[in-house]
Design a protein around this ligand. Structure first.
Ligand code: FPP
Length: 247
């Protein structure tokens, strides 16, 4: 297949299973054009489509996108409302195409904070795309890595309190199984757009051994070629997981 498209990464088994993306730079993209910030977020939807199609073409299993952080609730009200409206529009507009492409959508985060009509649209997108077998997409919405870890710690403490769990049984796999990302392999690769070298409270537990790729491209300009470039670079990395070498 890669012969037909020379920009695709090599499909020799070293394509990462799970790629996570911090989609950043929407505001700067809009400011550069004298547009309101929401225009950058709106354009960012097109890049989400690019990333999903690129992920399918490259043969990824899981694509996780940081769409809205817990901290983003502190943005000006009109921007929060615009982002929620966009999530609703995305859920309604894209769900049929996502289903046809075989994308199973999961939405992780504190959805209790989202308004009812947006939550209904999100739930419908989740249910309509259930069973998609080409790609699992996780949209992280109202999500924070620390909150997820705190909630897992509380849950484990409750089990210990009930006498259902011996504290000595709490190990890394048990902890991972209590996070909202339970059952998923950790991301192999984290991509962050807009040139910022931060992980911004994203998947703090799960990214422990992820390779990190930072691109200066602002999210609304991100294309599948940028994804492929990150994947090709990943394929040149020597992953050691804390050891001297890893085979
Ligand atoms: C960060 O850019 C981006 C966000 C806070 C929102 C991400 C949302 C999208 C990509 C659009 C919609 C996607 C879905 C799936 C509904 P920023 O605003 O922090 O940019 P800046 O750092 O340049 O100000």
């Amino acid at each position: 297949m890669e012969d037909e498209n020379p920009s695709l990464p090599v499909r020799d088994g070293s394509v990462p299973r799970h790629v996570a993306i911090i989609m950043d730079g929407n505001g700067r993209w809009a400011a550069e054009r004298g547009l309101p910030r929401y225009a950058g977020h709106y354009e960012g939807m097109r890049s989400v489509r690019e990333a999903v199609e690129g992920a399918i073409d490259a043969g990824l299993e899981i694509l996780t996108l940081f769409a809205f952080s817990t901290e983003n609730w502190a943005r000006p009200e009109d921007e929060v409302l615009a982002l929620m409206a966009l999530l609703k529009v995305y859920s309604e507009k894209e769900r049929e195409e996502l289903r046809q492409k075989g994308v199973e959508v999961h939405v992780l985060g504190d959805l209790t904070r989202i308004d009812d009509s947006t939550r209904e649209a999100v739930e419908l997108m989740k249910s309509r795309t259930q069973g998609g077998s080409k790609l699992r997409m996780n949209l992280m919405v109202s999500y924070s890595g620390r909150s997820d870890i705190i909630e897992a710690a509380r849950e484990l403490a409750r089990r210990v309190g009930r006498g259902d769990l011996d504290p000595e049984e709490i190990d890394a796999p048990a902890f991972a199984e209590t996070l909202s990302t339970r059952g998923l392999p950790d991301p192999d690769l984290l991509i962050r757009t807009s040139g910022e070298f931060r992980i911004s409270n994203f998947m703090l537990w799960e990214l422990a051994y992820a390779e990190i790729h930072v691109t200066p491209v602002l999210w609304p300009d991100f294309t599948r070629d940028d994804l492929f470039q990150a994947l090709r670079e990943f394929q040149l990395r020597n992953r050691r997981f804390g050891r001297i070498s890893f085979c």
